[in-house]
Design a binder for this molecule. Structure first.
Ligand SMILES: [Zn+2]
Ligand SMILES: [Zn+2]
Length: 387
């Protein structure tokens, strides 16, 4: 079978691999037919960015936990890629009761058992079983599509994929929901949902700011989801196409001139600047230190600052006293799609949420090697399902 691999920084090709087989009674084999490119895949798709990350890690400029998660050489080649997919079940072990051959499902990007204490608390991204499984060693992350350091699970841009703990892992797509709408549900869409909906429930009528940037799809999904929940949403970005998409999703587009240009650092410490533009909920999807500081300084007293961004640097300069005196809550952490997906998929269906508007490149499956590294906000691979 064919599996899409990064074979050199920013370079992709189909690699022949043996088709996965059922290992445990509750395993299934799925055939992905829609694969979303996560915002995080900007690192392996950009040769320059990947080289900078590898160099910075060696030079100890990044947080040391990155080495624990991604290994001494992040995305070490050959790296099977893709960790967002909609798939159809093609084979199921004798212990599988919750899905059947032919079902259309979403596969969460984190592998979790559904039975350990962490999974019981809904923290499936921290599953204590899969952190040990297969290698005998403790592994920090058990993820699809991030290279061997995150486990032996492979990438989702693949003809077939083995999913362990399938009774718990696989979430069926509700009837009547267009699968292309939830191409990113495995990761980015669930991430945007957890950054907005739970916070809006505790702050009805909230004013929301999305600081966009290097997590372009997460920022757009977050803006759209918050607007669909009835919030007043400002979406701050420099990219004209994304500003247009944000507007079409019900947010107010606020243009800034350059991707990395936020108010000058010294003015970030002038509180009066923000007196008239404070927000109850701020989502930092910038992946930039200046964006993070802008987000923190834009939150209203008592507000929530939610950070889906990956701030890789060892030092981020978060102004702690500003958070303290404004009683701001900084929400970092990760999403746990194996837990939240049933609710996320129902939410998308019930709100008729047009998540597919964020897809800026719908690419034929066979063209993946040439197109996967393309510069576009949200790339989605697709091929027809078998049934
Ligand atoms: Zn991701
Ligand atoms: Zn578990």
């Amino acid at each position: 079978m064919r599996e899409l691999n990064m074979t050199a920084p920013g370079k992709f090709r189909w690699v022949e691999r043996p088709k996965p087989t059922l290992v445990h009674d509750d395993d299934v084999i799925v055939r992905p037919y829609i694969v979303g490119r996560c915002d995080g895949d900007q690192i392996p798709t950009s040769a320059a960015l990947l080289r900078v990350v590898r160099y910075a890690q060696k030079a100890r400029l990044l947080d040391p936990i990155l080495r624990e998660g991604f290994g001494p050489k992040p995305y070490a080649e050959p790296c099977a890629i893709g960790h967002e997919c909609v798939a159809e079940v093609v084979e199921a072990g004798p212990g599988v009761t919750e899905v059947a051959v032919g079902d259309k499902v979403v596969v969460p990007y984190q592998v979790s058992c559904g039975q350990c204490e962490m999974c019981g608390r809904g923290k499936t991204g921290l599953c204590s079983t899969t952190r040990r499984e297969d290698t005998g060693n403790t592994r920090l992350l058990s993820w699809y599509g991030h290279g061997a350091a995150t486990g032996p699970y492979g990438g989702m841009a693949s003809d077939f994929l083995r999913v362990p703990y399938a009774n718990h892992m696989l979430i069926r797509i509700p009837d009547g929901l267009d699968p292309l709408r939830v191409a990113a549900a495995s990761d980015n869409l669930s991430e945007a949902w957890r950054c907005t909906v739970p916070h809006l429930r505790t702050r009805p009528g909230a004013k929301v700011l999305v600081v966009a940037g290097l997590l372009p799809a997460v920022g757009l999904y977050a803006a759209g989801i918050a607007a669909a929940e009835g919030a007043e949403v400002d979406y701050l970005d420099s990219n004209p196409r994304r500003l247009g998409i944000a507007e079409s999703l019900g947010a107010v587009a606020r243009k800034r001139s350059k991707l990395i240009r936020f108010p000058k650092p010294h003015s970030l410490y002038d509180h009066s600047l923000y007196d008239h533009s404070l927000y109850d909920i701020v989502v930092d999807a910038s992946n930039l230190q200046t964006g993070l500081l802008h987000a923190v300084r834009s939150a209203a007293p008592g507000g929530a600052c939610v950070i889906p961004s990956y701030h890789l640097a060892a030092y981020t300069g978060v102004p702690m006293m500003h958070l303290t005196f404004n009683d701001l809550n900084l929400h970092v952490g990760m999403s746990h799609p194996a837990t939240s997906l049933p609710e996320v998929l129902e939410w998308v269906k019930n709100n008729d949420f047009p998540a597919e508007k964020v897809t800026t490149a719908l690419v034929d499956w066979d063209d993946a090697p040439e197109r996967y590294a393309g510069r576009t906000t949200k790339l989605v691979l697709h091929r027809p399902p078998l049934t």
